[in-house]
Design a protein around this ligand. Sequence first.
Ligand SMILES: NC(=O)c1ccc[n+]([C@@H]2O[C@H](COP(=O)([O-])OP(=O)(O)OC[C@H]3O[C@@H](n4cnc5c(N)ncnc54)[C@H](O)[C@@H]3O)[C@@H](O)[C@H]2O)c1
Length: 282
Amino acid sequence: MAGMLEGKVAIITGSGGGIGREHALLFAREGAKIVINDLGSDRHGGGRGGEMADKVVAEIKAAGGEAVANYDSVATREGADGLVWSALNKFGKLDIVVNNAGILRDKTLLNMSEQDFDLVVDVHLKGTYLMTQAAARTFKVQGKGGRIVNTTSLSGLLGNFGQGNYAAAKGGIYSLTRTASLEFARMGVTVNAIAPVALTRMTQDLQMMKGFTQENLGPQHIAPVAAFLASDLAVDITGAIVGVQGGKVFLYKMTETAGVTKEGGQAWSPAELRERWAEIAR
Ligand SMILES: NC(=O)c1ccc[n+]([C@@H]2O[C@H](COP(=O)([O-])OP(=O)(O)OC[C@H]3O[C@@H](n4cnc5c(N)ncnc54)[C@H](O)[C@@H]3O)[C@@H](O)[C@H]2O)c1
């Protein structure tokens, strides 16, 4: 039986381990040819090497799939362009980009260095922007639509203590996803984001992960959602922010309260705002 992604060419960033690796193994089983990108860094962005990406490529090939390794950083223009070039050079086209690469440098804002802020924002937000732009330019030339699946986080959507850099980057990915979904709609390119929770090297020592196992909160729960959004099944879904936590799948939506309009449409005074705050916030 033909796989759901038969004939498709996908780039999956940061797919040398964790969630990205699960995406890659499932995409390959579903018939996609894949560029396995990974810088091979530690979870804080230190070091680099080709081993992680090579290993996943070998796994895919051993199972009869097609994949090529790429070790570029998504945080640079050359890296992002080089990644798209890898897909075109090796497989002749590009259909899908999954922006998944990421690092953590957790610190409270009072203790965060400018370098910790910049590096995290560069890998997540700038990397997603650069990859999105490079892919969209190719999708436009090809004229056959495309799929972009980004990776945001509940930290970016709701805020999280000690993650000012990461939350700002992931919140940026939320708005970039929404904006790109509007801008690329007429090209037939869908842009969605996943907000996962999964046990990986990034999260294994977090307090909130205590009591969970690879079985009930492993990254194998996230990959089918990415494959679905990347497939023809999701042709009419764009701009969605999909939460996945183990077996639970749901959507995040920005809400606006009904609000209160002042009599006669006049400006509110600060004292009136205080007085009627509960009504405004309801
Ligand atoms: N695990 C979770 O619960 C969780 C929650 C919310 C969001 N996320 C997001 O999911 C994505 C995957 O995270 P994970 O949990 O699998 O962690 P992970 O550390 O296992 O995977 C991230 C991968 O990205 C690679 N990488 C880092 N910087 C790179 C760069 N500049 N260019 C290319 N590759 C780079 C790393 O080498 C690593 O293999 C990340 O974007 C993360 O922020 C994860």
